[in-house]
Design a protein around this ligand. Structure first.
Ligand SMILES: Nc1ncnc2c1ncn2[C@@H]1O[C@H](COP(=O)(O)OP(=O)(O)OP(=O)(O)O)[C@@H](O)[C@H]1O
Ligand SMILES: [Mg+2]
Length: 253
């Protein structure tokens, strides 16, 4: 069954076609990657899927339902979760409070800490906190519950964002460069976490430059270049595609 369908999707900024007539489908419960050189349109595509941008044309469907025109919080309710290329963490809140935000707030990059203090949310605080602690344990951050994000390693912040996304109980999670800035041991932990997510039935879409990670975890890969889909297929098919190799010339494709 196809979970996510991207149909003839385009996004034009001025004269630039950041996303140019892109179509692909993602199968439910699988790990997928979107790759491509810098500026290829990978983050723009995630922003179109999550509703930070509205497309110039085309459609995005989740479980057969169009997401177009729906605000981000509605898309979260429909089962979308995401992390950001640069972690969007509130530094004046503890790690666990950041995860608790994921139960209540939009996937927008503009987070609102004041929302946590609203009376209705405070009344549900205990339950929400217990769930957030569970998720932090799940992503391997159990020892950081009350930690200030500023005191946490970068790799831990990346996983904190994954825990926050999971707090919205997503069916599909989009991770924008989760391995960027991580050392080899942290990348190995991330790879295990991605496999664990997939085993639990969450569909995963990874935007990633680390080809070793991409090739080892993905079932399906979509390659973008200058906003267009250049190729798609299994890791083996994509790896051997001459156009993909040319687009990545000088990189570890
Ligand atoms: N809000 C915007 N306004 C104008 N141009 C934009 C906007 N967002 C992205 N772009 C342009 O769209 C193109 C694709 O950018 P995008 O951030 O999607 O690339 P990317 O594949 O995620 O790159 P990277 O690997 O460096 O993160 C770039 O040329 C970028 O400058
Ligand atoms: Mg990007």
């Amino acid at each position: 069954m196809s979970d996510l369908q991207v149909v003839a999707l385009s996004k034009v900024f001025g004269g630039l076609r950041a996303t140019d007539d892109v179509s692909f489908s993602i199968e439910a419960g699988t790990v997928n990657s979107i790759i491509g050189p810098n500026g290829a349109g990978k983050t723009t595509l995630l922003n179109l899927i999550t509703g930070i941008y509205e497309p110039s044309s085309g459609d995005v469907r989740l479980g057969g339902k169009s997401l177009i025109g729906k605000p981000t919080h509605v898309r979260v309710g429909m089962g979308l979760g995401r992390t950001f290329q640069t972690p969007q963490i509130c530094h004046n809140m503890s790690a666990i409070e950041n995860v608790m935000l994921g139960s209540h707030l939009q996937l927008d990059s503009r987070l609102a800490p004041a929302a946590l203090r609203r009376r209705s949310i405070v009344s549900a605080d205990k339950q929400c906190r217990a769930r957030a602690a569970e998720l932090m344990n799940y992503v391997g951050l159990g020892r950081y519950l009350e930690e200030s994000p500023g005191a946490m390693p970068y790799g831990a912040l990346k996983r904190l964002e994954i825990a926050r996304a999971l707090a919205g109980s997503p069916k599909l999670i989009l991770l924008d460069e989760p391995a960027a800035g991580l050392g080899a041991p942290e990348k190995a932990e991330l790879s295990q976490l991605i496999s664990k997510l997939s085993e639990s039935g969450v569909t995963t879409v990874l935007v990633e430059h680390d080809m070793k990670l991409v090739m080892s975890v993905s079932k399906h890969i979509v390659v973008l270049n200058y906003g267009k889909k250049l190729a798609e297929g299994t890791p083996d098919v994509v790896r051997d595609n001459p156009e993909v190799i040319a687009a990545y010339l000088g990189r570890a494709a």
